[in-house]
Write a protein of this length. Structure first.
Length: 168
């Protein structure tokens, strides 16, 4: 969890924050974009290389999001991405649909909570721990950033929505 407000961090800063945190696994959540509106649709997850548990986690995340209704564009190898290259732990970058796709935006808005739960559950199940087991361990906490906003009113609206649903 690298930020709690709408302040830009470079990919290098994000990787260094993850490294300094002592985290075992890095998940970077994004929305994809294309040159033209409605040109593409779907989710894809990016990894540094095709080795290790990060690939299994990436595939599980994509499959889970496909079950929600997104098109599964697969796992892509991107060794040039700073956040993937500079992190010391296994890392994935999840592109949760295209921000300039009406279809993806509708699905993202309507299924937001389910998307967050699916990503978290896919990670936990792939790494060998169900969500129920994680909740039983009092010393383990997971934080999920639910948005990054340029507009303060949008951020406050999201905070109000989550608060009204019982999220801290």
């Amino acid at each position: 969890y690298t930020r709690t407000d709408d302040v830009y961090q470079t990919p290098y800063q994000k990787a260094m924050a993850a490294n300094e945190s002592g985290a075992d696994f890095l998940v970077s959540l994004h929305r994809n974009s294309s040159e033209y509106p409605n040109q593409y649709t779907g989710v894809e997850t990016l990894v540094y290389d095709n080795n290790g548990e990060k690939v299994e986690v990436a595939e599980a995340v994509n499959n889970g999001l496909e079950n929600i209704g997104f098109r599964n564009n697969g796992v892509k190898i991107r060794p040039g991405l700073v956040i993937l290259r500079r992190s010391k732990m296994p890392a994935i970058l999840v592109e949760t649909g295209f921000i300039n796709s009406e279809e993806d935006n509708m699905l993202f808005d309507e299924e937001f909570d389910r998307i967050a739960e699916t990503i978290a559950d896919s990670i936990l199940q792939t790494l060998g721990e169900s969500g129920e087991e994680a909740q039983e361990k009092e010393e383990i906490y997971y934080r999920v950033q639910t948005g990054a906003f340029r507009n303060r009113e949008n951020a406050l609206r999201q905070q109000e929505k989550l608060s009204s649903e019982g999220y801290p």
